[in-house]
Design a binder for this molecule. Structure first.
Ligand SMILES: NC(=O)c1ccc[n+]([C@@H]2O[C@H](COP(=O)([O-])OP(=O)(O)OC[C@H]3O[C@@H](n4cnc5c(N)ncnc54)[C@H](O)[C@@H]3O)[C@@H](O)[C@H]2O)c1
Length: 423
C-alpha cells in the first residue's frame, strides 16, 4: 500500500508491532544509541537528503532514526526483495515518518520501481548495500549526479562492483567502503552471517545438523563464520575454495577442503557465500544426493544456478515457507531455500542487532565524515578512516563493560623505534 508519506509498504496496521521490534533491537545497539544522542545535539546531517538502500530490518530502523535525529531527510528502500520486515517498514513510515519503499516478497519489477522512487528527492548522500542505487544513478539517473556529494557501501559485493566502476574511470562520486572497516567485516560478516545463516537454515527446515555433511562454498569472512557455527552444531564441515590461501586457512582451521565436484555427491546441505556466480551449477546438480538442501548467503541470488535447475526439473513444489523442492527428471529431489536469496535474511531475521550496531555505526559516522570532507575526496572508493574504526571498537568494548590495557610510555617508545633489537 502506498501511503501519504510517499512510501510503499505492505500494511500500515503492522506499525505497532514494528515499533516493539525496533525497540527490542535497540537494546543490543548501544553504539548506535550513543551516536544517535550526539547526532540529535549536533545535527551533523541537517537538511542532507539521503537515499538508503538497505535490508529493511529492525537494526536498519535504528540507523535510520540516528540519521533522522542528526537532521537527515531520508528515503529508505529495500536492498533485497525478500529481506524486508513488513512491520518494521510500517513503523518507519507511520510512527517515525521516514518514507520507506519495501514489501517482503516484492517482484523484481516492484523492487526496481522502489529504487527509482527512493531517489526522486535527489539524494546528496547514497547509502547502499550491494550498490544498486549507485548503479541506477550511473546508468539511468545521471541528472542526479550534480547534487550528490558522496556515498557509503555496506557489503563485499557492492564494494567489488564499485571498485570495478572506479577502475573503468566511471565512478562519479566518492564512496566509503563500510565493509572494509575492521569493526564491520570481522564481526558482521563472520559472527553475524555465521549465526544467522544457520538460523535461517534451521528455521526453514528444522533439520538436525549434527552428523550431516555440510558444504560451505567460499571461506571468506562469511564462510569462516558459517563453517565455524555449523561445526558447533555437530555437522561435518567441508569447505570449497578457489583461493589457495583461504583453502589453506580452512585446512589449518580443521576443515576438510576439496573441489566442489568431490563435495557435491556427498553433501547433505550446501551453503554458498562467495559473491561469485553459478557456484552450484549443472555438474553439481547432476551428482547431488536426492534430498540435498541448498542455500545461499552471498549477496545476490546468482550463486545457485536456479535457471538450470529448473530446466533439469519436471516439477517444483513448496514444502514449507522458504523451502522449495525441485523434482528432477531422473527422480531425485533437490531442495532450495529462500529462492536462492540470502537465506539469513529471507528465512530468518538477518544479523543479530549486536553486530549491526557496529556496521551501522560505521554507516552513520561515514555519512557524517562524507558531509564534512567530501570536498577533499576524489571519485574513488575509500576505506573507512582508521579513527572511525577505532572509535567504534572502543565504544563497543565500553558498552560491553570490557576494559583493555593502555601502552606505557616505555612501550610506546619501544614500538615506535627501530634502534632497539637483540641485546
Ligand atoms: N548474508 C549476509 O548477511 C551477508 C553479510 C555480509 C556479506 N555478505 C555477502 O557474502 C558474500 C561473501 O562475502 P565475504 O565477506 O565472505 O567475501 P570474501 O571475499 O571475504 O570471501 C569470498 C570467498 O569466496 C571464494 N570464492 C569465490 N568464488 C568461489 C567459487 N567458485 N568456489 C568457492 N569459493 C569461491 C573467494 O576465494 C573468497 O575466499 C558477498 O556476496 C557479500 O556481499 C552477505
Amino acid at each position: 500500500m502506498t501511503t501519504r508519506h510517499g512510501g510503499d509498504i505492505k500494511n500500515a496496521a503492522l506499525a505497532r508491532e514494528g515499533v516493539a521490534r525496533i525497540e527490542w533491537a535497540a537494546r543490543e545497539m548501544p553504539v548506535i544509541r550513543q551516536i544517535r544522542e550526539r547526532f540529535a545535539k549536533e545535527q551533523p546531517l541537517k537538511g542532507i537528503r539521503v537515499t538508503a538502500c538497505l535490508h529493511v530490518t529492525s537494526e536498519t530502523a535504528n540507523l535510520m532514526l540516528a540519521l533522522r535525529d542528526g537532521g537527515a531527510d531520508i528515503r529508505l528502500t529495500a536492498s533485497n526483495p525478500l529481506s524486508t520486515q513488513d512491520e518494521v517498514a510500517a513503523a518507519l513510515m507511520v510512527e517515525y515518518g521516514i518514507p520507506t519503499f519495501a514489501i517482503k516478497g516484492e517482484t523484481t519489477a516492484i523492487y526496481n520501481q522502489h529504487l527509482e522512487a527512493a531517489v526522486l528527492h535527489r539524494p546528496q548522500i547514497t547509502m547502499d548495500d550491494g550498490a544498486d542505487v549507485v548503479a541506477l544513478i550511473h546508468k539511468t539517473r545521471r541528472d542526479l549526479l550534480s547534487d550528490i556529494v558522496g556515498g557509503t557501501e555496506e557489503t563485499t559485493t557492492g564494494v567489488i562492483r564499485l571498485k570495478a566502476l572506479a577502475a573503468q574511470g566511471q565512478l562519479a562520486y566518492p564512496i566509503i567502503a563500510v565493509n572494509e572497516a575492521n569493526t564491520k567485516h570481522f564481526f558482521d560478516n563472520r559472527y553475524g552471517t555465521g549465526q544467522s545463516t544457520l538460523d535461517g537454515i534451521t528455521r526453514a527446515t528444522n533439520i538436525l545438523l549434527a552428523g550431516k555433511n555440510f558444504v560451505v562454498c567460499g571461506y571468506g569472512w562469511c564462510g569462516k563464520g558459517v563453517a565455524m557455527r555449523a561445526r558447533g552444531l555437530g555437522a561435518q564441515v567441508i569447505v570449497t575454495e578457489v583461493d589457495p590461501l583461504r583453502g589453506l586457512e580452512a585446512v589449518m582451521d580443521g576443515f576438510q577442503v576439496m573441489p566442489i565436484a568431490q563435495a557435491a555427491p556427498i553433501g547433505d546441505i550446501f551453503v554458498t557465500v562467495t559473491g561469485d556466480v553459478n557456484v552450484l551449477d549443472r555438474p553439481s546438480f547432476e551428482v547431488m544426493k536426492s534430498g540435498a538442501v541448498m542455500a545461499n548467503s552471498g549477496h545476490f541470488d546468482a550463486e545457485i544456478n536456479l535457471k538450470v535447475l529448473a530446466e533439469m526439473s519436471e516439477s517444483r513444489r513448496g514444502l514449507r515457507p522458504f523451502v522449495e523442492e525441485y523434482r528432477l527428471t531422473d527422480g531425485r529431489a533437490l531442495v532450495v531455500l529462500a529462492e536462492g536469496r540470502l537465506v539469513n535474511l529471507g528465512a530468518a531475521e538477518g544479523h543479530p542487532a549486536s553486530v549491526m550496531d557496529m556496521s551501522f555505526a560505521n554507516q552513520a559516522l561515514c555519512a557524517e565524515y562524507m558531509v564534512q570532507n567530501h570536498a577533499s575526496l576524489s571519485n574513488a572508493v575509500y576505506d573507512v578512516p582508521r579513527v572511525i574504526d577505532d572509535e567504534i571498537a572502543r565504544l563497543k568494548l565500553d558498552a560491553m563493560g570490557v576494559r583493555i590495557d593502555t601502552l606505557t610510555e616505555e612501550q610506546e617508545r619501544y614500538l615506535n623505534s627501530w634502534e632497539l633489537g637483540t641485546e
